[in-house]
Design a protein around this ligand. Structure first.
Ligand SMILES: [Zn+2]
Length: 290
């Protein structure tokens, strides 16, 4: 005859126990942190809040054709009209997320409702806020790593490695934050460029004033001209390249109603860092030679 044993069993799992299941005490801290984060920003979308955000594990959808634009997240191929259990015809990778079933499109509803609620005024104020905060923050960070009186050895390391990484991250930081957490604030992609390039120009302007008044005593006209042309163009140009990565993330989010995948901005952000580093290396080499 069947006898229930006392050893660990699936029947001991919370859903089979009588009464309301109590959470594991070890998870209480995480629960508290997540609750506080959510309370602090009720407008932020919580990934994993719905089973429709989970990888393609729902049964009963085999053989369905994708009826909307749906980018392969490996190669960028549009999988519209394909069956997702088959690999991407372009790169051979299986796309693990599919559009939510009709009427259950949770992220679509979340995004659409907020897009409609955002006025042009609030949208532009947010863009201006992003540019006006990111620029000065990047200057503060730049001052922290670049005090006057550095040893000669640390100058190339800072100029070619640390400065490009830090500055390129901070100049687009606020725009990246908005794209990831509040993509509905942007009405078109131009605004992403305005937020990022605006921050870059402000950063360059503050940096120029500091260099030409504090760091360099009696700068010549050539130095003044160089700082207000080449340096401004460099900062604006590199941030525009990095912003293009954010635009790609935002476009996919609003066109396909998928949570923003900020990691997709990485290749162009790294490109911006490399451009910046190459410029700094050239400028450093020039100053050593002449
Ligand atoms: Zn692909």
């Amino acid at each position: 005859m069947f006898r229930r044993r006392r050893k660990p069993s699936v029947y001991d799992e919370p859903q089979f126990r009588a009464g309301k299941p109590a959470g594991d005490p070890s998870e209480r801290r995480a629960e508290h942190t997540l609750g506080r984060e959510h309370a602090g920003n009720p407008e932020a979308y919580r990934p994993g809040g719905s089973v429709y955000d989970e990888p393609d594990i729902l049964p009963g959808r085999v053989g369905e054709f994708v009826a909307q634009d749906w980018t392969c997240r490996n190669c960028g191929y549009n999988l519209r009209g394909h069956q997702l259990e088959k690999p991407c015809p372009e790169c051979g990778r299986r796309e693990w997320y599919r559009p939510a079933p009709a009427g259950r499109d949770r992220f679509r509803q979340w995004l659409s409702a907020r897009q409609q609620a955002v006025s042009a005024r609030r949208s532009w104020l947010s863009i201006a806020g992003a540019a006006l905060t990111a620029g000065p923050f990047a200057v503060i960070a730049a001052l922290l790593y670049g005090p006057p009186g550095l040893s000669a050895m640390s100058v190339p390391l800072i100029a070619i490695v640390f400065a490009p990484v830090l500055e390129e991250a901070l100049k687009i930081g606020a725009a990246a934050l908005l794209v990831e957490l509040k993509p509905y604030l942007f009405r078109d992609e131009t605004q992403i460029y305005v937020a990022a390039v605006g921050a870059a120009v402000l950063f360059a302007a503050i940096e120029n004033v500091l260099y030409l008044t504090v760091y360099i005593s009696n700068p010549g006209l050539d130095v003044v001209l160089w700082r207000w042309t080449a340096c401004v163009v460099l900062h604006a140009g590199c941030s525009a390249v990095a912003a293009r990565g954010l635009v790609n993330v935002w476009r996919e989010c609003v066109a396909e109603f998928r949570p923003p995948r900020i990691g997709a901005a990485l290749p162009l952000w790294i490109t911006a860092i490399l451009l910046h580093a190459a410029y700094n290396a050239a400028a450093l080499g020039y100053s050593w030679l002449f």
